[in-house]
Design a protein around this ligand. Structure first.
Ligand code: NAD
Ligand code: ZN
Length: 364
């Protein structure tokens, strides 16, 4: 493995300051880090059979003696029954307040494992080791943990910052191609919404990034983590600044919900959402045509997105009206005003939105 020095980003939130350590091979630093930041007696690793199949033996070598708690793979298992399974395993092992939880997986494992850690005995030490690109650039930082209810996604949860985050891009080698790409759309989101240099780097290095060269991925992931850390530091509980990261998400969530979370990976729906926001901003004349083209072309270069031709624009509007980002009856929208700059608006009309959706290929 690459011996380069890992990057360290300190995430400073009102409730806790913690390090995110980023670089190929950082997994090996986990025992020392756990001793440093947690210092507990018993360790548990929450993972799923897929991730454990690829990386379980490496993890066992690194943390011998830690007990693995495997939960079923998939968003549909990000539920209270899965949290109960984790509590049961902890109870069987007589885990007390000094126990430590390491989550080892994608956003699902991080969210449900983090939720169990936040609630078992009112809170155990928690370290995230994210294994998907999405979780490395987004879910593992910021302290949101939770589960879905039958009525909707992420309806139960907490803000519970981890003690540390260990991000090893080498773990992405086994990620299915589609999952990797889904994460890249969130990276594009950070670039367009917050960081023109990151966006330029993405355009320049899309080839080696897509080949998952850990040396190229490390600074890209670090940039995303830095952006997320800065925003979370300012707005831990998502009341203001953090909403910038919802760029592409209003339409994205509608597409996901309208297709019952089956057609799109989250990042793919966000890619459409970013395109819709760009189309609205372009039509308003606040986004230059060249910038709009640049965003569309990076998204296109990553490969085809799932089709939307059979979906209706008006059904998406219905979903958006019900979305939790609708406050005081207005749709909150993050519109790009350039690369690396956005503005939050509440005056996007349904006509504008319908036009943008039709531009993406949706029907009436
Ligand atoms: N807490 C937050 O702030 C936050 C932010 C964004 C998303 N999320 C949540 O994250 C979840 C989505 O996360 P995700 O996209 O990581 O999906 P996921 O956790 O379902 O992982 C995707 C798939 O990849 C597999 N996988 C994971 N790592 C792998 C590896 N290294 N090699 C091979 N396969 C691997 C998983 O087993 C799974 O099948 C959603 O529930 C979403 O709500 C949370
Ligand atoms: Zn997202």
């Amino acid at each position: 493995m690459d011996q380069s020095v890992p990057l360290r980003i300190d995430v400073r939130t009102p409730s806790r300051t913690y390090p995110a350590i980023i670089g190929p091979g950082t997994l090996a630093a986990l025992p020392r880090l756990l001793d440093e930041v947690c210092g507990g007696s018993t360790r548990f690793i929450v993972s799923n059979p897929t991730v454990w199949g690829y990386w379980g033996s490496a993890m066992q070598d690194i943390l011998p003696g830690a007990e693995a708690i495997l939960v079923p793979d998939g968003e549909r298992h990000k539920t209270l029954p899965t949290a109960l399974r984790i509590y049961d395993a902890l109870l069987r092992a007589a885990a007390d307040r000094s126990a430590e939880i390491v989550t080892f997986g994608g956003g699902v494992v991080g969210d449900v494992g983090g939720f169990a850690a936040a609630t078992y005995l009112r809170g155990l030490a928690l370290v995230h080791v994210p294994t998907t690109l999405l979780a490395q650039v987004d879910a593992a930082i910021g302290g949101k943990v939770g589960v879905n209810l039958p009525a909707g996604k992420n309806l139960v949860g907490a803000f519970y910052q981890p003690w540390a985050v260990v991000i090893d891009p080498s773990l992405l080698a086994t990620l299915p191609r589609r999952e990797f790409r889904a994460g890249l759309y969130e990276v594009i989101k950070y670039g367009v919404a917050c960081d023109a240099e990151l966006f330029a780097r993405l355009r320049r290095e899309l080839g080696p990034i897509s080949r998952r060269d850990p040396a190229v991925l490390t600074p890209v992931i670090a940039d995303c983590c830095r952006i997320k850390a800065a925003i979370v530091a300012e707005d831990e509980r998502e009341s203001g600044a953090r909403r910038v990261l919802n760029f592409g998400h209003t339409v994205g969530h509608a597409l996901e919900a309208a297709t019952r979370y089956r057609r799109f990976r989250h990042g793919e729906a966000v890619a459409y959402g970013m395109l819709a926001s760009c189309a609205i901003a372009s039509a308003r004349g606040v986004l230059a045509p060249g910038d709009h083209d640049a965003v569309a072309s990076v998204i296109a270069q990553l490969g085809p997105l799932p089709p939307v031709g059979d979906l209706s624009a008006s059904a998406q509007l219905d979903h958006m009206r019900r979305d939790k980002k609708v406050h005081d009856g207005r749709l909150h929208f993050v519109l790009p005003t350039g690369i690396g700059a956005v503005s939050m608006v509440t005056d996007v009309s349904e006509d504008e939105l319908a036009r943008a959706l039709r531009e993406l290929g949706l029907g009436e």
